[in-house]
Design a protein around this ligand. Structure first.
Ligand code: HH2
Length: 263
C-alpha cells in the first residue's frame, strides 16, 4: 500500500503533493503511477494528518483535497483506499469509485460502518489508544497484545452486525498510535496473534518515530529501516504493508518471497 498524503502537515512528507497550498492533482497522479510501477497494489489517499498533535480538518476541506484525486485514481489499474475517519468523506470517496476505507479510528462510528456496508466496500480497522492530538502523551497498557486483539475482535463483531462481509476487512495494530516503543515491538512480534478470525493484517510502520528511536535518524532518512521493518512484519504475519518508499519496500519484500521460495 503506497501512501499519498494530500496534506500540508503529514509527519514525513507534508506538502509534497501540493502547490500554493492546494493539492496538485497532476503531481499526485504522477506519484501514483510511479508507486504502481514500483509494485504497489493499493494506493492510500489521505487529506488529514494523524500525526501526534495534528489538528482536525473540516469535512469540506478534506473532501476538496481527496475527492478530485480519487476520481482520477479510479481510472488506473489499482485498488484505491481513502484514509479517513469521517463518514461523510468516506461516502463521497466511495461514490467517486474508491474501493477501501482506511479508518484509523477502527470503524467505531456506527455511521461509518453503515457507509461501508451500503457500498459493499472494503475497510481497514486500525487500533488507536486515545486521539491523535494527545495519543502519545502517556500511553499505557496492562497487556498490549491482548488489549489490541480484544479491540479488533469487538470491531469485527460490530462490522458483522452492520452487514459488512468479513472477506472485505483488514486489521491493523496501529503502530505509533497511542503506543510506546515497547508496545510497538510487542505488537510487531505478535502479529499472528492479532489475526482475529484469520483476517489479514496491515502494518503501517514506514518512517515512524519508533524507527527514529531505534536508528537515531531523522524522518527523511528512515526508508532503509522502514523497508527492513516491512520485511520483518511480513515475515511475522502481515499481509499488507503501508509504505512511503514503495520501490525500496518492494525490494525488501522480494527478498522475503525468495527466501521462502528457495527454503
Ligand atoms: N499510519 C498513518 C496514517 N494512516 N493507516 C493505517 N491503516 N495504518 C497506519 O499505521 C497509518 C495509517 C500515519 O502515517 P502518514 O499517513 O504518513 O502520516 P500522517 O498521518 O501525518 O499523514
Amino acid at each position: 500500500m503506497g501512501v499519498l498524503n494530500l496534506t500540508p502537515d503529514s509527519f514525513s512528507d507534508g506538502g509534497r503533493l501540493m502547490t500554493g497550498g492546494r493539492v496538485d492533482v497532476e503531481r499526485v497522479i504522477a506519484a501514483a503511477h510511479g508507486m504502481i510501477d514500483e509494485g504497489a497494489a493499493i494506493v492510500d489517499v489521505g487529506g488529514e494528518s494523524t500525526r501526534p498533535g495534528a489538528l482536525p480538518v473540516a469535512v469540506e476541506d478534506e473532501c476538496s483535497r481527496v475527492i478530485p484525486v480519487i476520481e482520477r485514481l479510479c481510472e488506473l489499474d489499482t485498488i484505491v483506499s481513502v484514509d479517513t475517519s469521517k463518514p461523510e468523506v468516506a461516502r463521497l470517496a466511495l461514490r467517486a469509485g474508491c474501493h477501501l476505507v482506511n479508518d484509523v479510528t477502527g470503524l467505531q462510528d456506527r455511521e461509518m460502518r453503515q457507509v461501508v456496508a451500503d457500498a459493499q466496500a472494503a475497510a481497514c480497522i486500525m487500533h488507536m489508544q486515545g486521539e491523535p492530538r494527545s495519543m502519545q502523551n502517556d500511553p499505557a497498557y496492562a497487556d498490549v497484545v491482548a488489549e489490541v486483539r480484544t479491540f479488533l475482535e469487538e470491531r469485527v463483531s460490530d462490522c458483522d452486525e452492520a452487514g459488512i462481509d468479513r472477506k472485505r476487512l483488514l486489521l491493523d495494530p496501529g503502530i505509533g498510535f497511542g503506543k510506546r516503543l515497547e508496545h510497538n515491538l510487542a505488537l510487531l512480534r505478535n502479529l499472528d496473534a492479532l489475526r482475529v478470525a484469520g483476517l489479514p493484517v496491515l502494518v503501517g510502520i514506514s518512517r515512524k518515530s519508533m524507527l527514529g528511536a531505534l536508528t537515531e535518524r531523522e524522518v527523511t532518512h528512515r526508508d532503509a529501516a522502514s523497508a527492513v521493518a516491512a520485511a520483518l512484519a511480513v515475515e511475522h504475519g502481515a499481509s499488507v504493508v503501508r509504505a512511503h518508499d514503495v520501490a525500496m519496500t518492494a525490494d525488501a519484500l522480494k527478498l522475503v518471497t525468495a527466501w521462502h521460495a528457495t527454503g
